[in-house]
Design a protein around this ligand. Sequence first.
Ligand SMILES: Cc1cc2nc3c(=O)[nH]c(=O)nc-3n(C[C@H](O)[C@H](O)[C@H](O)COP(=O)(O)OP(=O)(O)OC[C@H]3O[C@@H](n4cnc5c(N)ncnc54)[C@H](O)[C@@H]3O)c2cc1C
Length: 436
Amino acid sequence: MFRENESGKAKSVNVIIVGGGFGGLYAAKALAGKPVNVILIDKKNYHTFQPLLYQVATAVLSPGEIAEPLRRILRRARNINVIMAEVSGFDLAGTTVKLNDGTELSYDYLIVAAGARHTYFGHEDWEQYAPGLKTIEDSVDIRRRILLAFELAELKAQITGSHDPLHFAIIGGGPTGVELAGAIADIATRALARDFKAVDTTKTRITVYEGSCRILGIYPEHLSKKAVRQLEELGIGVVTGKMVTDVEAERIKVGDDWVPVSLALWATGVKASPLGRSFGVTVDGWGRVMVEPDLSVPGHPEIFIIGDMSSLVDIQGKPVPPLASAAIQEGKFASENILRDLSGKSRAKFKYRDWGSMAPIGRHRAVALIGRWGLSGFFAWLTWAFVHIFLLIGFRNRLSVFYEWIWAYFTRERSARLITGDINGILRKKTNARKS
Ligand SMILES: Cc1cc2nc3c(=O)[nH]c(=O)nc-3n(C[C@H](O)[C@H](O)[C@H](O)COP(=O)(O)OP(=O)(O)OC[C@H]3O[C@@H](n4cnc5c(N)ncnc54)[C@H](O)[C@@H]3O)c2cc1C
C-alpha cells in the first residue's frame, strides 16, 4: 500500500509495532502479507506464553516449551522485519520511535504493546525477598528459589538432624497466586517426596495471603469458595482480609504479626509499561493509557495502544480485562483499523469477546468461568488444559507440553528440576540479601 508524499511520489506505509507479546504478535500476524512494511521491535528475541510461566517456575515445563523466537513465528511474512532492541521513547511530532542506542525509526502508524510488570506499591526493595512472575527470567529464578529451599532444609537436616519448618507464602490470591500455590503443593507432596531422605517434604506449609475478603475476586463468589475448598484439599492455607505490610529475608509481616517463611512469592500488583506516559495523555491508576474506542491515543489517530498498556470501556460498556485474550483481539483489531484507513473505510470501534477465564489448582483441579457458566474440579482443569494446548504458539511446543503434562500426570514427576548456578554463588547471594 502506498501513500503520496509531499513531492507527489508514492511512499510505502511503515507500521512499527513495539512489543512481541500477545498484543504485538497478533497485530503483526494480522498485517502479514498485507501491503505495508512492518517492523516488530522487542527487547527479547522471543514471544512468551505467560499463562504457563507458573509451570516453568514449578519445574513442570522448561522455558523453551513456552517461548518461541519471534523470527521463527514470523519468518513466512516477507513484509515483517523483527528487531531485537529496547524502545526508550517516541518523538510524536517527528513520528519516530527512539531506541536505547540512540537510533530513531520513523513510522506512519505505531502500535504499542509493551505490556505490564508487577509493582510493590512503593516498596520495590521487597522484590529481592518476594519475587514476582512475569518473564521467563522470573520463572527460572522462582524455580531456583523453590528447589533451593528444599535442598537447604535437607542439608541442615542431614547435618543437625532437624531443619526449620518449610513454609511457602504466596502474597496475592488472584489466578497466579492460586496457580503457584497448587503447583508447589504438588511438588512438595508428590514430585519431591520420594527423593528427599532427611526432610519430609509432604509436611511443607503453603499459605496464600489475600488482602481483600476473598481469593479470585474476578470470579463469582461461589467459584471463589470452590477454589478455597480445592486449595484446602491440597493442604494449602488461605488467609483473607489481612494485608502483608512488610517483607524481609525469610519473614513477612501479616497485619501486625511476623510470619517466618522459607520463601515468599509476590502475586499481586500490576503496573503498565512506563512507555505509556510518553504520550502525554491521561493514564489510569495502573499507568494504562485511556484509549479511544478505535484503540488510538487521543489526538493521535496514527498511534494505537493495546493489551496490558491500555484501558478501555468497550462499546458494550464493559471494561476490557488485562488478559491475553483481550490483547490478542486488540492486536488484530488495531491492524484491521490501519488497513481500513488505507482502503478509505471508516474505523471500527472495539468490542471485547469474552473467551472465559480459568485458574488451575494443582494436578487436576481448576475453576473456570465461561460466559455465565461456572465450572470447577476435574472438568474445569481438563477444559483449561485443552484451551492452553490449543493457544500455545507452535506445533513443536504443543506436542512437547502435551507430552510433559501426560508424563507429570501419570508419574507425578517433574522433568525440569534444575537449580541454575552453583551452591556457593547461590548461598553468597542469600547471605547478602539477609544482611541488606
Ligand atoms: C503469570 C501470568 C499468568 C497469566 N495467565 C493468564 C491466563 O491464564 N489467561 C489470560 O488470558 N491472561 C493471562 N495473563 C495475562 C496475559 O499474559 C497478559 O494480559 C498479556 O500478556 C498482555 O499482552 P501484551 O501484549 O499487552 O503484553 P505482553 O504479553 O506482556 O508483551 C509485552 C512485550 O513487550 C516487550 N517490551 C516491553 N517493554 C519494551 C521496550 N521498552 N522495548 C521493547 N520491547 C518491550 C516485552 O519484552 C514483551 O515481549 C497472565 C499473566 C501473567 C504474568
